[in-house]
Design a binder for this molecule. Sequence first.
Ligand SMILES: Nc1nc2c(ncn2[C@@H]2O[C@H](COP(=O)(O)OP(=O)(O)OP(=O)(O)O)[C@@H](O)[C@H]2O)c(=O)[nH]1
Length: 729
Amino acid sequence: MSNLRIFAVNHKKISSLHIDNVCCSKIRANLRRLKLHLPHGRNYSSLPGIIGNDVKSLHSIISPPITKIRNIGIMAHIDAGKTTTTERILYYSGYTRSLGDVDDGDTVTDFMAQERERGITIQSAAVTFDWKGYRINLIDTPGHVDFTLEVERCLRVLDGAVAVFDASAGVEAQTLTVWRQADKHKIPRICFLNKMDKTGASFNYAVESIREKLKAKPLLLQLPIGEAKTFKGVVDVVNKEKLLWNLNSDDGKNFERKPLLEVSDPQLLKETTEARNALIEQVADLDDEFANLVLGEFSENFDLLPAEKLQTAIHRVTLAQTAVPVLCGSALKNKGVQPLLDAITMYLPSPEERNYEFLERISRLLLPFADQHVEIPSLTAGNIALTVGLKHTATGDTIVSSKSSALAAARRAERKGEKKHRENNEAERLLLAGVEIPEPVFFCTIEPPSVAKQPDLDHALKCLQREDPSLKVKLDPDSGQTILCGMGELHIEIIHDRIKREYGLETYLGPLQVAYRETILNSVRATDALDRTLGDKRHLVTVELEAKPLETSSLQPVIDYAQSVTQDLSQASQEAVENGIHSACLQGPLLGSPIQDVAVTLHSLVIHPGTSTTMISACVSRCMQKALKKADKQILEPLMNLEVTVPRDYLSPVLADLAQRRGNIQEIQTRQDNKVVIGFVPLAEIMGYSTVLRTLTSGSATFALELSNYQAMNPQDQSTLLSRRSGLT
Ligand SMILES: Nc1nc2c(ncn2[C@@H]2O[C@H](COP(=O)(O)OP(=O)(O)OP(=O)(O)O)[C@@H](O)[C@H]2O)c(=O)[nH]1
């Protein structure tokens, strides 16, 4: 079964340039549609498989053996060093000839203008390169919490991931989020403890935090040689070798690998032997085949166990996701990246080792090299490619060549005993795991520069939404204004900026507002009737319904019907009723925010023959609005999980400030010289917090925010908000 997955990014940036000096005519004839354009601006070497302009190995670009392919993502907390690590990887693999630097704004994968300006990753970028005979398709994903959806849409097409950590901070808030996402998509992982050169870096502390916070079993494949200022290399525990980076080599390309010897390194050898024995026992505990081998032949002396046997077992354990290999280094100081590449090829799976179910063919395919692309005629199973021109496809869709082939594939998968599919309906069986689209917590109005430009703005927003479903766009029914709903201040700012740069539209944003919700506190009944004659047709509906609070949390109203109603309710009328209820719940009576946690019972519904479904919806919606108005109401506000990392000396002002922001502190942890404040704070109180925190701590603190849930506002805060909204205060 074939398993090509399609990954679409940045359709806009594609242009093409023919290579003129292709010398091999036979290949040219076969690959007439192959267009190459080498990235410009930076000093690039060659595309994978091409040495200079020699295309004799073009075939290997298109179809490397599937066992030699690794589709890998890089994920982490913001600023852990993903982009820097990716830059080193590209350099050592020969993809680039000079080292890019996030701080200088010239990296390959952060190619959006906003990324280079801000030094952060916003959009995932894909690059393809070769390492020691392996083809690696690598995706660098954003770390900022506003862009978690972007991370998730990448994870579902990957076979493995490298989780990058800041070794001085260990597991941070966003790492937990992406780790959970990777769990959901069952992605085997390797951990890379980066920034080992940084003051406060601690290998043991970071490993412990992986064990405790991620509940993962770390397999220590390396030990650091020195830490912080003294960090100079790593010990390869599996092979009992030391890897030292040459001080005279600026770019870290050259390093020496030497076996650890009793004469020269007695202490290090002792520690490594202990670490290796512990690793062998740990892997044997998790893998029966390896346990049998170890107990049989090597129980007397683990030193005799060949490294390859241990590596194969680590590969199996990594695939089973019962443990994670851990490596360390410093991307910035060019240490430890080549062994990371070796580990990617050695321990992460090829596409063949993962289970995907569908065959998909697309007419135009491109191989990604960050913001540059090579058009290719076809691709074998297990690769990641780009496709362009899919006008009606949005992020999260699964593309199939035909419904019947997808069904056949699903049936084959079933025959292979995939019981879980049998329980799902046909449509679900056709889909790859979906992406969970987080609910937006902020909104603001957006205006085009002139009324004539409104269609252009609508078009731009439509395109941006297809790329990024966490961006929602709606119309305010009262003012007719376009409303942008997003994940955070930064998210909306970037969208605003992209509309300007990519669509040439200078738009105006209204003030950023928090997306509240509303609910009701008691049970209420309402009746309504609608009687209209249009032409010679009479439309008559009467309805009686009851709305009550729902115990469990649900964004959608839960609807049920009295028995007398269900008896003669047609499918079309039922849909009309439900549309009416849903539309009434989109705008609550207090703030016009969506209503949640409501159950509705339809007690009576009388429809005159010939009444249109639109009239039914309109009548039910009006009746529901009446009921909501009558009920006692409550505003719900988004509550955020907050984690602030702050040097001890600044803890007091930070806590005092949080108390004023209705913050609820759960725990204060000690992390090296820092304090980590963990708690909840209402979103409305934390807008613009980065500036305040910077001022309070002279720029030495960092924070992470994530939506926890919606909670009821207390009566006083609620009435302050309502008076503010109605312009009374
Ligand atoms: N000391 C030290 N600093 C590093 C290292 N790697 C990266 N940095 C620095 O950490 C900062 C963040 O690095 P990035 O590579 O942009 O991190 P990122 O994880 O890609 O960040 P986002 O894309 O914004 O999520 C930059 O200032 C880097 O220079 C390292 O090994 N040691």
